[in-house]
Design a protein. Structure first.
Length: 83
């Protein structure tokens, strides 16, 4: 498997954050570990994950939430609708 791009890792991270939204708070390291597990240690490293997180934050697709720690979450009103 070839090395994933920053965009591919960022999109996978967004899927993970969206899937866990409202159920579990994810720290940046939780997301990084999940991506290394998903893509493999040889293909995805901490540096690539850090770039992908930065891309998500800079683009506004995710935000940092500071509640007793730093978490990656969706912006208000962006989560799956409940009903």
């Amino acid at each position: 498997m070839s090395q994933p791009t920053v965009d591919e890792v960022a999109n996978a991270m967004l899927e993970l954050v969206t899937a866990t939204h409202g159920k579990k708070n994810l720290k940046p390291m939780d997301v990084t570990k999940a991506m290394i597990e998903q893509f493999g240690e040889d293909a995805c490293d901490k540096k690539l994950c850090k770039l992908a997180i930065r891309q998500l934050i800079d683009s506004g697709r995710c935000i940092y939430s500071y509640v007793g720690g730093s978490y990656i979450t969706l912006p208000a009103g962006e989560g799956p609708t409940e009903g």
